[in-house]
Design a protein around this ligand. Structure first.
Ligand SMILES: *[C@@H]1O[C@H](CO)[C@@H](O)[C@H](O)[C@H]1NC(C)=O
Ligand SMILES: *[C@@H]1O[C@H](CO)[C@@H](O)[C@H](O)[C@H]1NC(C)=O
Ligand SMILES: *[C@@H]1O[C@H](CO)[C@@H](O)[C@H](O)[C@H]1NC(C)=O
Length: 529
């Protein structure tokens, strides 16, 4: 006898981006089917949600894996701590079933081809496998007209890569305004979404040199090198540039109320601006850059990411408001993992800075001891913190449980909107007939005693979490990928090659209002004729 379903989820409170209600869900093969009778579930594996929330699996549109960065004059760091296996393992244990990672062009590379970059990252993913489904954004660091013209269509058609990320800061990656316009226009022609890291690189460089001349180089001063106007100015400028050529734009990892207000103002005018914020901006502040032992302790480098979180928690209210009121389209982790106690991790901030440390014997150095005596230099420290596994539970604990956002808004920000923005909907991000059976099920309210997070609970390959000691009141109880239970009651059941590569379509969230006024004082409409 063939069974109607392979798996059924009973007694759940099903939450989508628009609705919430008690429904059972049936899964056959890889896909979902709603509505069935009790007899029909005979022979199926049963997951009893016991009244817990059942949501579409998390989609994390901002994850760095296998992406080594060369920081400092010696180019020692930093090695990305997670590969596709460990990064996706961490993701699935935190309720995420799809990640979009970055394939990065480097300027130092003589070969300018973007296709070769994507092939290389694809090989890295295939080398270890991924527990969950994955796709790529491409990071473009040069405006080679010939490459853009011939390769962007191939990226879209053959690889299903429909988004690129551009940087306005970092010496080795940043594009000048002229180059930003070049790449944005080329992307626009192929309906590729432009994501932007908006920070004014020259302001940062200038402030960094001033801080250095005063000997202010401990990790804490990273925050002082990036006042919030650095991000606000870059966001303002990007909108002006994008509007000149009528390109929609997506701001990633927005960390300040200043930038959120700039984005909101453009949206209110009807301009198609999308925005992302991340967990670090909802729970960390400058104080965390002074958290360990003393304000100048190098261990504070664990908290360095760009843009930095706000000086105090006052920005958090406006970021939560922005999550609630639609300013933010998506909520992603910006998982960018570097180990702390490692010569190719955060320790690069000391090794690159101290001439005495530069030698072939670096691998023998006892790092905790070394770090104890030195402050290093924030400019050399690899930027980034891990967070792919804590993303959903953190927003659940601090957003849903506190009533700052509804469960439906949570689903919209963490799954449905990323699926639409990155061209995966309704295969992903939905609980609809025919959608992939990607599901996260939470513990029924009040049944998981609040617990204090320790890094050993997590499944990444990083030796710390910035959220060590934080209280969580819920955690994904089950994660299901295309009908397969991958994570259940604290046990990892999935395998590294369960994940598949995802070809994506264009942005489904639209290009803004049709009657958006083309003001010749702002828009060079003739450019696209
Ligand atoms: C952005 O530009 C607007 C209009 O020119 C200005 O009022 C605002 O202060 C700017 N914001 C930032 C953060 O630079
Ligand atoms: C929505 O949130 C943004 C970001 O915090 C804020 O700037 C804006 O004032 C809010 N708008 C409304 C109408 O509440
Ligand atoms: C971060 O979360 C913890 C709860 O575990 C809370 O005590 C702390 O105040 C939060 N920090 C900020 C800056 O929101």
């Amino acid at each position: 006898m063939t069974t109607k379903f392979d798996l059924v989820i009973l007694n759940g409170v099903v939450v989508t981006a628009s609705d919430i209600g008690k429904f059972d869900i049936g899964i056959k093969g890889h896909t979902l089917t709603p509505s069935f009778s009790a007899e029909e579930i005979a022979g199926a594996e049963i997951v009893d949600a016991e009244g817990g929330m059942v949501m579409p699996g998390g989609i994390d549109g901002h994850v760095h894996l296998c992406q080594d960065l060369k920081t400092g004059p010696l180019g020692l760091g930093g090695e990305c701590a997670d590969n596709f296996e460990t990064g996706s393992r961490s993701a699935v244990c935190g309720g995420t079933t799809t990640i979009i990672t970055f394939a990065t062009q480097t300027r130092a590379d003589e070969d300018r081809s973007l296709l070769k970059v994507v092939e290389a990252y694809s090989a890295r993913a295939e080398a270890t496998g991924s527990y969950i489904d994955y796709g790529f954004h491409v990071i473009i660091v040069r405006d080679d007209e010939d490459v853009l013209e011939t390769e962007l269509p191939v990226l879209v058609e053959q690889w299903g890569i429909t988004s690129c990320k551009l940087f306005m800061t970092y010496e080795t990656m940043r594009l000048q305004d002229y180059q930003l316009l070049d790449v944005m226009l080329a992307a626009l022609k192929h309906s590729i979404t432009t994501m932007i890291h908006a920070e004014n690189g020259e302001m940062i460089q200038w402030l960094t040199e001033k801080l250095e001349s005063k000997g202010m180089m401990a990790p804490y001063y990273h925050a002082l090198s990036r006042p919030q106007s650095v991000e606000g100015e870059a966001a303002n400028r990007t909108i002006v540039l994008a509007e000149l050529i009528e390109s929609p734009i997506l701001f990633v990892h927005v960390g300040s109320s200043a930038s959120a207000a700039v984005i909101r103002a453009a949206q209110t005018r009807g301009y198609p601006v999308f925005a992302e914020t991340c967990p670090q901006y909802l729970n960390l502040t400058w104080e965390d850059l002074k958290r360990f032992h003393s304000p100048t302790c190098f261990e504070n480098s664990k908290m360095i990411c760009s843009p930095p979180p706000g000086p105090d928690s006052s920005d958090q209210d406006s970021l939560y408001l922005g999550l609630h009121n639609g300013t933010f389209t998506i909520f992603s982790s910006d998982h960018c993992p570097f180990k702390y106690d490692d010569p190719h991790g955060k320790m690069v901030g000391i090794l690159e800075h101290e001439p005495s440390m530069r030698g072939p014997s670096r691998e023998d150095i006892s790092f905790p001891e070394l770090a104890h005596n030195k402050v290093g230099s924030f400019r050399m420290i690899p930027n980034g913190i891990p967070g792919v596994e804590t993303r959903l539970p953190l927003l659940f604990t601090r957003g849903i449980s506190t009533g700052r956002i509804t469960p439906q808004k949570f689903v919209e920000l963490t799954s449905t909107n990323p699926a639409k923005l990155y061209g995966l909907y309704p295969r992903k991000g939905a609980i609809l007939p025919g959608s992939d059976a990607d599901i996260v099920i939470w513990h029924p309210e009040g049944t998981l005693p609040p617990f204090t997070l320790e890094n050993k609970h997590l499944h990444h390959n990083v030796d710390y979490t910035p959220y060590e000691g934080m209280k969580f009141n819920n955690w994904p109880r089950y994660t299901i990928l295309r009908g397969k239970v991958m994570w259940a009651n604290g046990v990892l059941l999935g395998k590294p090659y369960d994940g598949e590569y995802l070809k994506r379509g264009p942005n489904q969230l639209g290009k803004g209002v049709a009657h958006f006024k083309k003001d010749p004082r702002r828009v060079a409409a003739w450019v696209r004729e």
